[in-house]
Design a protein around this ligand. Structure first.
Ligand code: CTP
Length: 404
């Protein structure tokens, strides 16, 4: 077996993570962790207001350098120009109306705004504020001017805001922030000109109009693979049972059952270069689906099951020689033996096996740890890390196979 690898698409890249004083400041810790996981060297710069929301110790502990907070306390007499000149990218997360206004005006009011003005690196702003503030013409005009200057804006989402209000203004999900950073920083286009089909989520096999047989799959790993393939320039179709945010440009086909997934996949698969079956497809479904809700008074129902179609095995049977077929194997024991057996049984090029009984691995988690078994006998162990990083390792394997 080869040594464990860390997928590091941001290795050697220097990122300044600016944090301003919004309630969402605590979420920037997750963004920091993910960027470090992807190999970036991250320097956190917190404004004075941010320090009222979050503690500097957490950032220093997780980042690549000590937190910086002021123009005046650093041993470097010109920390803003050092930061601005050496950064490969600056991401401000969250970005309050204040920093947006200062940046638009070129007003150097603190270390972060001075650094923003002192850089020619790409800048990403992730606004987060109350709906009224977000919709204020001054904020919108400032953002439009900054976007016109080439600044990337990761727009906020609709959702619960501070104080319990609901509306637009909630900080974008960490995945969306990191995807924008990856878009701007990593070598693009390694899958340009290829077509990739990814399945995601667990299927739901109905018992009656309100009940189904399902599983714990969240779909996050499949979405991470679809996002990464899209970022590498592939034309991506995502067949999904869940509704998670996907970048525009990815074709999403919503399905629920194994049969619906099979129908969608068999339509698209013949014309793609890479298929990644990340979905957790039910192996069995009820033979009969009740038209009406089954009532308690009717007694304990006997649910008779029948097998579903094995989509991956079906694809393996008709696989064009040039197509790369990748399956997943969620196991709780004998990982390697089960994965190798699945490789052969399903005629796949790779089986990405994970031990879903291990802490932090697989279903529902933000992280995953996998072993990628190749039909050529290769075995690659990828240690516990973000699902984005696992997606990179899976697509690296696909790319190596495509090149052969
Ligand atoms: N899969 C599929 N169709 C099914 C069941 C599984 O395409 N009806 C795919 C999954 O998307 C995954 C791979 O097959 O990529 C392995 O799924 P898994 O459930 O681990 O394997 P099974 O073949 O169902 O074997 P077992 O449940 O016995 O482990």
């Amino acid at each position: 077996m080869t040594a464990p690898i860390q997928a590091s698409p941001l290795a050697g890249r220097r990122i300044v993570l600016g944090v301003t004083g919004g309630i969402a400041a605590y979420k920037s810790i997750e963004v920091l962790r993910r960027l470090v996981d992807l190999g970036a060297h991250v320097v956190p710069v917190l404004t004075e207001a941010a320090l009222n929301m979050v503690g500097p110790t957490t950032f220093t502990a997780l980042a690549s350098e000590r937190v910086k907070t002021s123009l005046w306390t650093d041993t470097d007499p010109i920390p803003h120009t050092t930061l601005g000149q050496t950064a490969d990218l600056i991401v401000v997360c969250p970005a309050t109306a204040r920093i947006i206004a200062d940046y638009r005006m070129g007003r150097s009011a603190d270390l972060l705004s001075a650094t923003l003005i002192a850089t020619v690196a790409p800048v990403v702003l992730c606004p987060a504020m109350h709906t009224e503030m977000w919709e204020h013409p001054a904020v919108q005009e400032n953002l439009a001017v900054l976007a016109g200057r080439g600044v990337s804006i990761v727009p906020p989402e609709e959702g619960r805001l501070a104080g319990g209000d609901i509306g637009k203004g909630r900080l974008a999900a960490p995945e969306a922030v990191v995807a924008t950073v990856l878009d701007l920083l990593s070598a693009p286009g390694s899958l340009a000109g290829t077509r990739v089909l990814v399945t995601a989520g667990g299927t739901r096999e109905p018992i009656d109009p309100v009940r189904f047989i399902g599983n714990r799959s969240s779909g996050k790993q499949g979405y991470a693979i679809a996002r990464e393939a899209h970022r590498r320039g592939a034309s991506v179709t995502l067949v999904s049972t869940v509704d998670l945010p996907a970048p525009s440009g990815i074709e999403v086909i919503a399905v629920a059952t194994a049969a619906e997934m099979e129908a969608a996949v068999s339509r698209v698969a013949p014309r793609v270069d890479v298929v990644v079956m990340a979905a957790a497809v039910a192996d069995f479904r009820p033979v009969a689906v009740a038209d009406q809700k089954i009532k308690k008074g009717d007694g304990v129902p006997k649910i008779v099951l029948e097998p579903t179609v094995d989509i991956l095995a079906g694809l393996g049977k008709v696989k064009p020689a040039s197509q790369v077929l990748i399956g997943f194997a969620a196991e709780t024991e004998e990982l390697s033996r089960n994965a190798t057996a699945k490789l052969q049984r399903k005629n796949a090029d790779f089986i990405v096996a994970n031990d879903v009984s291990a802490p932090g691995v697989g279903f529902g988690h933000e992280t995953n740890a996998v072993t990628i078994h190749g039909a050529d006998g290769s075995v690659l162990q990828v240690d516990l890390q973000s699902k984005d990083a696992i997606a990179c390792a899976v697509l690296d394997a696909a790319e190596r196979r495509l090149q052969r």
